[in-house]
Write a protein that binds this ligand. Structure first.
Ligand SMILES: [Zn+2]
Length: 197
């Protein structure tokens, strides 16, 4: 296990394959475009993309936007990746597709593996919403940093608590501007964000 400055290093094992089928990404892509238009996904002035969306494929697998696609207004099937296996504790992920999965995929995996009824997870960035709702709505511990197993465990802790209430949203104190919404359908996950915007 690789460790770097006290954190377990994120490890993505990607097998380059043909693109995901258009039919499997079309619904997700509709929502991805809506969120992009609202500025919830995009790119910072330093060129770093933010925001990623996913949809469950089956019990163990999900489809997610590929790494560094936030800057693109319109995506096609080449810009999605299929996550086929993951290990939250080891910070390891296995994926396939024309591009490598987002580096924030394990935050999505944490939700899918905890709540079997959830089929869509959206991770967006929004400075004003984040400041407004941090510690008012469910919020991850500030000690849990972006891309660490600790963040994945914090997400698991929160969504487990919210299960009965179907709250569907959480804020990431240790990941500036970071927000996650989730739902049984793409519409439920997406509308959760539009509702508070
Ligand atoms: Zn993020």
């Amino acid at each position: 296990m690789l460790r770097d400055e006290g954190y377990i290093k994120y490890n993505c094992l990607w097998t380059e394959t043909a693109a995901i089928k258009v039919a499997e990404v079309s619904g997700l892509n509709v929502w991805r475009k809506k969120l992009f238009q609202q500025g919830l996904l995009g790119v910072y002035p330093d060129g770093i993309s933010f925001g990623n969306v996913s949809v469950r494929k089956d019990e163990k697998q999900f489809i997610i936007t590929a790494s560094q696609t936030g800057k693109l207004a319109v995506l096609n099937e080449n810009h999605f990746s299929l996550v086929t296996d993951f290990d939250l504790k080891g910070n390891n992920l296995t994926c396939s597709g024309a591009m490598r999965a987002s580096s924030e995929s394990l935050s999505h995996a944490a939700v899918y593996t905890t709540l079997p009824n959830i089929n869509a997870v959206f991770h967006v960035h929004h400075a004003a919403l984040w400041q407004q709702y941090l510690h008012k709505l469910p919020t991850t511990d500030v000690q849990a940093a972006y891309g660490t197993p600790e963040m994945a465990f914090e997400i698991q802790r929160i969504v487990k608590n919210q299960e009965e209430k179907h709250a569907g949203i959480l804020f990431m104190a240790g990941h500036e501007e970071g927000i996650i919404s989730y739902g049984e359908t793409l519409d439920m996950a997406g509308n959760m964000l539009l509702k508070i915007l």
